[in-house]
Design a protein around this ligand. Sequence first.
Ligand code: ATP
Ligand code: MG
Length: 552
Amino acid sequence: MSNAEPQLTANFIRQMVAADVQENKHHGKVATRFPPEPNGYLHIGHAKSICLNFGIALENNGTCNLRFDDTNPEKESLEFMQSIETDVSWLGFAWTNKFHASDYFEQLYQYAVQLIEQGDAYIDDLTAEQMRLYRGTLTEAGKDSPNRHRPVAESLDLFARMRAGEFTDGQYVLRAKIDMASPNVNMRDPIIYRIRHVHHQRTGDAWCIYPMYDYTHCISDALEGITHSLCTLEFEDHRPLYDWVLDKLQTPTHPQQTEFARLQLEYTIVSKRKLAQLVTENHVNGWDDPRMPTLAGLRRAGVTPAAIRDFCERIGVTKKDAWIEMAVLENCIREDLNENAPRAMAVLKPLRVVIENYPADLVEQLHIPCHPQKPELGSRQVNFAKEIFIEADDFALIPPPKFKRLIEGGEVRLRGSYVIKCNQVIQDEEGNISELRCSYDPNTLGKNPEGRKVSGVIHWVAVADSLPAQLRLYDRLFCLPHPDSEENFLAALNPDSLEILDDCRVEASLATAQVGDGFQFERTGYFCLDEDSNCEKLVFNRTVTLRDTWTK
Ligand code: ATP
Ligand code: MG
């Protein structure tokens, strides 16, 4: 990791864990886990959880497992599992063990048998609709199912036959016997097993009953000897169930569940279901589209893991839901790239300039520092010649007030090179500017001409010494801060989230760039070389603009 890691600030979880270690709770051990469900790619919200779980373990010489919560075979896939491993590693973390909830299917089944034997679980056959009616509401107690007192032997027999595949989906469920009058609806005899005749990507057709999340999660934590089970606030009301299951089963260890606020980031969406919809309905080009808040998308956009870790540290961990402005993430990305990305020149909309007093057969090899503040990054060779391209926008026939760039009869400095003067503007019949005729001042290489002040500096590339490139100008995916709260979040999509410029020219030094390398294109933005590049054309994605253009 080249970047200095951010200063750690206290938060309630760090303090709690430090106190536990101090008191020798859990024998002084710290064991966490990151438990994604492999039903989509990881997003920036997951990064918060990853940094927290792996971070707490690292800071306390503890362990952190990667555990796939794969209890919902219909929506899960190997592709998602692989992407999760790639993304966690890319973020810079190494798991102690890799487990799957499905590794525990047999143990989970045996524990369920134990609950039935203890009289703490029963088989029910109410329909989903009946079950809903019996459950009651937030203000009204529920009613006991007529099956609540089914004899243990009968429940055991039915459970075994559920496993053996004798019944159809939904015909029976296994429910924990807790309290139908509990003010907490999660405690009103929750379902812990259901019948699903579906193939599982890891266990194949070995099972046709699958355990529910709440039941699986606490037992998985206990089996792995997790000490601190960190999860998001929506599970606060599930904690009594988490503890109930572990208490009833007398598991060897009893992890402490602690909830924290999930990341809510403005101008984007961090719900896997909606992100999947963006992908399947082709609103974006896949899970790794640079506009996506997925780690794969951020990576492809050119965001570094250090910038994401910095962001996660800066937003902190609290118990209160809050919205984080997109500018916070963008500023972390900018600061990181400003500090670390080498500079290069790229002309987005090229305008040809012929330097009339420059010898036709001369090519000068100029050396421009790769980074203005980092001499250790060295310099790159940029060739100067008679014909160059400048940015069309850097010339104005009728200049607006305070225009510091090139005008007819005016002078401007070419970055790292000479001062040129515009002598003549060539226009076609329609008045479009096709070329500028300029002259250069040979005494101005690296210094200003005596007695004349040339304040404007523009970027350029030599015609013969530049490469064709496509620049993809990505912007925020949504144009409203809270797309998730819109009736239809798709209506909040930013119609200008991608502009493709096909006729750009970039300096020749970029020929050796590798996919994923990030650059600051001077005066233009931060860009990264995309995998779509080929020998005919380099493709660059804009990671972020040089300055915040959204905050008014
Ligand atoms: P989604 O609602 O997008 O499906 P999820 O919570 O169901 O998210 P999981 O794969 O189960 O997704 O999440 C794995 C871990 O990441 C969980 O511990 C979860 O709490 C955490 N996590 C998910 N989203 C966020 C978020 N926005 N902020 C912080 N942590 C998150
Ligand atoms: Mg989940």
